[in-house]
Design a protein around this ligand. Structure first.
Ligand code: ADP
Length: 543
């Protein structure tokens, strides 16, 4: 009987699995999973090498018995290590500690029993090889082996079902298939122990499961290994070159081939290193982008909640403030009877404060509408000169009381613009209010002109007030910004007025900019709005 080619089956089969095991270990020596997989591949390697020893010793009883016991000394641990791997892989290691320990302990008992001749005794020769004959304990061992397999497949199946990650699902799937092939195909190698003759195909299980696992490593980063094509190609080239070294015809050729091999090995190492670095950089950037995206989404959510809160709170505040305003007005108009001088003073202060609160609440509502892009505009062709003049008139008394000059420079003809007149009115109000607020001496000039060639009306509000520092000019239109100088003059401002004003100017297809020569040198605010035509005035307002 010529066993020589059959004996090669386990020998060939042992190579890929041990390469994969060593590779996984070298890639991450600290990972329990990789270490376990290395031990597992070592056990399979021992099984297959031992089988080679057995197949080549069939004609020598004691050698054959030795090799078969050698085979079993690793096989007894297979299901325990396999279960341990799936336990770590599925994150159940802690919960299953007792089970893992129990399986190892039983494996150890079988290990000892095996060397004492408890598992096999005698050699059964058959057509393709030989095998030790099973003793009664062998069947108990098979039961235990089967139980270990059932437990490990249960782990993988449950993990496959529960994990949400696609990659982890794929990893579990390939691990399941690979171990299943190994268990089913590999188990046929037990049959000759019961004198059942079968072609020793079971020994190819090592190759098959290694190929499936290698695919999972390559494609789905099983064992957390990112294999790069550079590594695989370098490995193949180096293997071919290595084999080629030994096909030399003379010493010179041997040295030449060896030098080439070493040169390519060094070059491959460098290539793999840079490819790995590039891959890691790419991964890091991808991860960063992912976490940034998540953080952004979180921030957006918080921002939305904040806007919602501000908007709801402002709405709730508006009604009681309006009611207070109504009653205060009636009190001041003496609708509820006469009021004395001191009472009037107190009531007027309350009225003023209430007005400021209403103003603030309205500003907050405007801001939340702007942020939610929900500003409703009612466009029409309107008389810009008239709007500006009416605001100007409102402030004549205020300026007079403060002792500063207020003037309005305009063209003889009225200027028409296309805008939401009510909103633009609020912008001008804010600008004049600020100009007067932040000017202690001198005055405020409102200048209105049009630049026909550009199709715009330009309203400038020029004051001789506290002016604006250069850094202030950059921040003026940001929400809640208030200059230190301004805070001293007016403690109660909100810093929202200019932010809203610019947004409204822009929504009206215009612009609002500020200029100042510096602190104490006055400021100029320029509002630009597109021109409209007088005759189009009758066009109905649109949203
Ligand atoms: P508030 O006036 O309530 O503080 P605004 O948004 O209207 O809020 O103005 C923001 C800041 O811009 C003010 O606090 C002030 O520092 C500055 N500012 C606005 N108008 C003028 C002006 N005419 N002169 C100098 N500084 C000004």
């Amino acid at each position: 009987m010529d066993n020589s080619y059959i004996a090669l089956l386990p020998l060939v089969s042992s190579v890929p699995i041990i390469i994969l095991g060593v590779f996984a270990y070298l890639k991450n020596r600290k990972s329990t999973l990789n270490i376990l997989f290395f031990l597992f591949s070592l056990a399979i390697f021992t099984w297959l090498i031992g089988s080679y020893g057995l197949f080549t010793s069939c004609d020598n009883y004691s050698r054959a018995i030795f090799w078969d016991r050698f085979v079993y000394s690793s096989v007894v641990f297979l299901s325990a290590i396999g279960f341990h791997i799936t336990s770590v892989f599925s994150g159940k290691q802690r919960k299953q500690t007792l089970l893992i320990t129990g399986l190892y302990a039983v494996s150890l008992i079988f290990f000892v029993a095996n060397w004492q001749g408890g598992l096999i005794d005698g050699i059964f020769l058959y057509k393709w090889g030989c095998h030790g004959v099973a003793k009664s304990l062998h069947s108990v061992f098979l039961l235990y082996f089967g139980l270990g397999c059932v437990l490990l497949f249960r782990n993988l199946f449950n993990y496959y079902k529960t994990t949400e990650s696609k990659t982890e699902k794929a990893q579990a799937k390939y691990m399941f298939v690979s171990l299943f092939v190994l268990a089913i195909l590999g188990s046929t190698a037990f049959l000759p122990a019961y004198r059942i003759v079968i072609y020793p195909l079971g020994y190819l299980a090592g190759v098959l499961s290694a190929v499936i696992l290698a695919y999972a490593v390559f494609k789905h980063h099983l064992f957390d290994i990112r294999v790069i094509s550079t590594e695989v190609f370098s490995f193949l080239i180096l293997t071919v070159l290595f084999v080629d070294i030994f096909l030399y015809r003379n010493a010179e050729e041997f040295i030449f081939k060896l030098v080439i091999f070493l040169g390519i090995a060094v070059f491959s190492r460098y290539l793999i290193k840079s490819a790995l670095k590039e891959m890691k950089d790419k991964e890091r950037i991808e991860n960063l982008a992912l976490s940034l995206e998540k953080a952004n989404a979180g921030l957006r959510k918080i921002d939305e909640t904040k806007s919602e809160f501000v908007s709801t709170a402002s709405h709730q505040l508006r009604t009681p403030l309006s009611i207070m305003k109504g009653f205060l007005s009636m009190l001041l108009e003496e609708s509820y009877g006469e009021i004395g001088g001191k009472q009037r003073q107190a009531l007027e202060k309350t009225y003023e404060t209430n007005e400021r609160l209403i103003h603030l609440v309205n500003e907050l509502l405007d801001v939340s509408r702007i942020e939610k892009n929900k500003v409703q505009l009612f466009f029409s062709y309107c008389n810009f000169t008239e709007t500006a003049k009416s605001v100007f008139d409102e402030f004549i008394v205020v300026a007079k009381n403060k002792g500063i000059m207020l003037s309005f420079e305009k063209l003889d003809e009225d200027i028409y613009v296309y805008c939401d007149a009510e909103k633009i009115r609020e912008v001008i109000q804010n600008l004049i209010d600020n100009a007067i607020k932040y000017t202690d001496s001198g005055g405020v000039i409102m200048n209105l002109e049009k630049i026909e060639s550009e199709g715009i009306a330009v309203l400038r509000i020029i004051d001789t007030g506290i002016g604006i520092k250069e850094e202030g000019l950059d921040n003026l239109f940001k929400m809640f910004y208030r200059d230190k100088g301004a805070q001293k003059i007016m403690t109660s401002g909100s810093g929202l007025g200019l932010y809203i004003a610019r947004k409204i100017a822009q929504a009206n297809n215009g612009s609002l900019v500020a200029e100042s020569a510096g602190e104490g040198l006055g400021s100029t605010f320029t509002l630009r709005i597109p021109l409209g035509q007088k005759e189009k005035q009758e066009i109905p307002a649109e949203e």
